[in-house]
Design a protein around this ligand. Structure first.
Ligand SMILES: *[C@@H]1O[C@H](CO)[C@@H](O)[C@H](O)[C@H]1NC(C)=O
Ligand SMILES: *[C@@H]1O[C@H](CO)[C@@H](O)[C@H](O)[C@H]1NC(C)=O
Ligand SMILES: *[C@@H]1O[C@H](CO)[C@@H](O)[C@H](O)[C@H]1NC(C)=O
Length: 461
């Protein structure tokens, strides 16, 4: 008697505390795959979507240079000082550690001065192009979560392409073009990420922003992941729920930020003037001091841990899934087709666990969830479009689901699932706007709980 009452209080507590979660604090974590909860039937596992933390991915990559002998110093050669083309007695010598510039130095710790860097041979074979491919391979699908940042020690190249592969290097797609003159180099109009929008976020652009040549002090090239996220999550990425909702429903968008390999194609070194100075070709070379790549293992929302073992990354799969990306159901757990976890409904998502095979449990439960495409990217398929329902895709904040195709939101809210505050989107949320308070447990539920626990008044939240 006492025990069953205790359990039902717990069940209620679980309900109340999940209703009371002040969303913005828990959005975008997805850092547990399961928790134990108390229900009428006792302790049971509750499964949810989960993903590994975002981390510095350069610790886990293999780097390959093409041509393989393009690193300077074998045989030793002299080059001109960066910034002073008339001082041409610097030496690169692969056999002397202090004068060598091997590729590993692009990924070492850059806290010290002078910085350490990889350097190519000089352009002594001009006019034959000086071209280098730097290929970074993870042998694992990873999801980028922050800007790719390349810091040059030399001037930034006049022409460069960043490419990506999603199939372990078999095929390559351009990610972004970089040039001092986009029209001349790639027959593309120069653009900046700021010219893009939610609708054109997947467009591949050529930018002149990072190629101002030999003389400027800026040495950094970005591939702007965060600016692209901001089209969905707002300028300070506060509305990650909206981003996750979009990633969940739009495979093309998710794939855009997913890679197994990256390739930096250096096509023409910084010249800085109109003509190449043929008398001082030792001025022209590439040197890179640092490459930053932040991301997480792609585990299809079925794991929080990604282990690096035998120089290979592998997800530690939960939810009875298996494979390097948790991309299939374990043996004897194929009672319904495998499905990735889902970020929706916010904030805990849906685990979509694999369930025991038919032979071991009789009839499989029905399972036909299909995530819709989002029309803002014009890939909508109206036949299967379930934007909301009363099952898993709940409209948030009092919104109601209209014909499964859209949430009708209360005036103060917006977003696919009414998950964002309208004032937040407009940047006008004030302390007195009366809209800033996250949803709380209903007063009735709270007082019921208070009565059961024998406490007076509402609980501190
Ligand atoms: C670099 O890779 C591209 C394919 O991504 C290839 O076409 C090109 O020949 C390579 N360049 C060098 C210098 O290896
Ligand atoms: C996975 O299978 C184990 C038994 O092997 C079971 O105890 C567990 O509850 C299952 N987990 C999920 C998420 O279905
Ligand atoms: C999403 O759109 C793409 C391209 O239009 C289509 O191939 C895919 O099947 C669609 N997926 C869903 C779940 O509707």
């Amino acid at each position: 008697m006492y025990l069953s009452r205790f359990l039902s209080i717990h069940a209620l507590w679980v309900t109340v505390s999940s209703v009371m979660q002040p969303y913005p604090l828990v959005w975008g974590h997805y850092d547990v795959c399961k928790t134990q909860i108390y229900t009428e039937e006792g302790k049971v596992w509750d499964y949810m979507a989960c993903q590994p933390e975002s981390t510095d991915m350069t610790k886990y990559l293999k780097v390959k240079l093409d041509p393989p002998d393009i690193t300077c110093g074998d045989p030793p050669e002299t080059f001109c000082a960066m910034g002073n083309p008339y001082m041409c007695n610097n030496e690169c010598d692969a056999s002397t550690p202090e004068l060598a510039h091997p590729p590993e130095l692009m990924f070492d710790f850059e806290g010290r001065h002078p910085s350490t860097f990889w350097q190519s041979a000089t352009w002594k074979e001009y006019p034959k192009p000086l071209q280098v491919n730097i290929t970074l391979s993870w042998s694992k699908t990873i999801e980028l979560t922050d800007n790719i940042v390349i810091t040059f020690e030399s001037g930034r190249p006049d022409q460069m392409i960043l490419e990506k592969s999603l199939d372990y290097g078999r095929t390559w797609q351009p990610y972004q073009y970089y040039a001092t003159d986009c029209l001349d180099a790639f027959h593309m109009d120069p653009k900046s990420v700021k010219d893009l929008s939610q609708h054109t976020v997947l467009e591949i652009i050529c930018t002149e922003e990072y190629s101002t040549g030999y003389t400027t002090n800026s040495k950094i090239i970005h591939f702007e992941i965060k600016d692209r996220f901001a089209f969905f999550a707002g300028p300070w990425l506060r509305n990650m729920a909206s981003l996750y909702g979009q990633l969940d429903t739009t495979k093309k968008l998710r794939d855009f930020f997913t890679v197994t390999d990256l390739r930096i194609r250096l096509l023409r070194p910084a010249v800085g003037e109109i003509f190449v100075d043929e008398l001082r070709l030792a001025r022209y070379f590439y040197a890179i001091s640092d490459i930053k790549v932040h991301g997480r293992c792609k585990c299809n929302l079925h794991a929080t841990v990604c282990v690096y073992d035998n120089s290979k990354l592998t997800c530690e799969c939960e939810h009875n899934t298996t494979g390097p990306d948790c991309g299939k159901c374990k043996k004897n757990y194929q009672g319904r087709p495998w499905s990735p976890g889902s970020y929706l409904p916010i904030p805990k998502g849906t685990a979509n666990t694999c369930i025991p095979s038919i032979s071991s449990i009789g009839n499989p439960p029905k399972f036909n969830r299909k995530w819709p495409n989002i029309s803002s990217l014009e890939v909508s398929n109206p036949k299967q479009a379930n934007v909301c329902d009363n099952e898993l895709l709940h409209c948030q904040n009092g919104g109601t689901c209209h014909n499964n195709v859209r949430c009708l939101c209360p005036a103060a809210y917006t977003g696919i699932l009414c998950e964002k505050l309208r004032c937040e989107e407009a940047g006008s949320c004030g302390p007195d706007s009366g809209q800033g308070a996250p949803p709380r447990g209903s007063p009735a539920l709270l007082s019921l709980l208070a009565a059961l626990l024998g406490t007076a008044g509402p609980l501190g939240i």
